[in-house]
Design a binder for this molecule. Structure first.
Ligand code: TRP
Length: 335
């Protein structure tokens, strides 16, 4: 089973990212053959950005992932921009991508609002994402709920490619976690926790100090009821139940049973303590890892070499069936 996922190089990962995605990556390491995790710096260039900042945030991200348990000895961890096959496959896949479909993507429409420049890169974002996964013939793509549409486009591209050029690519399946797929904002539990939320008070960051974490949970918005149980009218408490279940490797039902007689205040304290205990060791490891950029570059270099070897095989097949570049017989010794 080959697993692939891509991670945006935004430095500050929050609890939603951690529970929805990062924990799954860590668990995937021992199932994946291999588990491949890519920090997608090329995707980050599709909106206005600062180049020096991008490099720094990419280091922040790899250090966060390693601090959370990704081990370059047990998975393939690399930076997208180090492996040119991604860009090349993106272009080649454009031949089987429908413009209308890209135009209708929710993320494209959302991100196109209020921008000076709506780049073509923003439109092609899902094609590059498809290339990321298809280059490795990955079977499984662990992602958050928000990536459902991107995964559907990716599957469509792979199917259309195979139909047009013959069976070449693996059509991947997504894997969206049940518990904690949607961690909500602590101040507005009807919205997903996000870095771009109006207030930072509702967003718990992986690298937050314990005191900051406790404060955010203490102030978490809850409903007017009194029982610790899930329900459509109890968005705030439901979210806290999900958070506690996720960081203690439990289930929401078990959390409800355990806290059936608890009061909101005490329950919030429990959740805050559990989250703090879960994140504190990650924060400590992060500081050590982030301090050594040479070591992080060495991780990237080793990862890129392995990634390029795998992606290169797929690209050779793709070029061959598409009739692009020299035929296989003339390719000896060339990439
Ligand atoms: N678009 C994904 C996100 O915003 C990141 C991503 C890029 C990705 N390439 C990928 C995720 C390939 C899964 C597979 O989170």
């Amino acid at each position: 089973m080959r697993i692939f996922s891509g991670i945006q190089p935004t430095g500050r990962k929050h609890l939603g990212n951690h529970i929805g995605a990062i924990r799954q990556y860590v668990a995937g390491q021992d199932r994946g053959d291999p588990a491949i995790y890519c920090i997608v710096d090329l995707h980050a260039t599709t909106v206005a950005y600062d180049p020096a900042e991008l490099r720094a945030r990419t280091y922040d991200t790899v250090a966060t992932l390693m601090a959370a348990g990704l081990d370059p000895g047990r998975c393939l961890l690399f930076r997208q921009g180090d492996v040119p096959e991604h860009s090349e496959l993106c272009w080649l896949l454009c031949s089987v991508t429908a413009l209308g479909e890209l135009n209708r993507m929710h993320q494209f429409r959302d991100k196109s609002l209020d921008r000076d420049l709506v780049s073509a890169g923003l439109l092609l974002y899902p094609v590059l994402q498809a290339a990321d996964v298809l280059a490795y013939r990955a079977h499984e793509v662990p992602v958050g709920e928000d990536q459902r549409e991107h995964l559907e486009v990716m599957r469509g591209i792979a199917q259309r490619f195979n139909a047009r050029y013959g069976e070449t690519l693996v059509v991947p399946e997504h894997r969206i976690p049940e518990v904690g797929a949607r961690i909500m904002d602590l101040q507005d539990p009807t919205r997903k926790m996000s870095t771009s939320a109006a207030s930072q008070e509702g967003t718990v960051y992986v690298l937050d100090e314990p005191e900051a974490i406790r404060k955010k949970f203490r102030r978490a918005v809850t409903d007017s009821g009194a029982e610790v149980r899930r329900g459509p009218d109890k968005a705030g408490i439901s979210n806290l139940i999900d958070v506690l279940a996720a960081v203690t490797d439990s289930t929401p039902a078990a959390v409800e049973r355990e806290y059936a007689d608890a009061r909101y205040g005490d329950f919030k304290t429990k959740v805050a303590d559990a989250v703090t205990a879960h994140l504190a060791p990650i924060r400590e490891r992060y500081a050590d890892l982030r301090a050594d950029e040479d070591a992080l570059e060495a991780v990237f270099a080793a990862g890129a070499e392995r990634a390029s070897a795998l992606a290169g095989e797929t690209l050779a097949d793709v070029r061959e069936v598409m009739g692009v570049g020299p035929p296989r017989a003339h390719r000896r010794g060339r990439r």
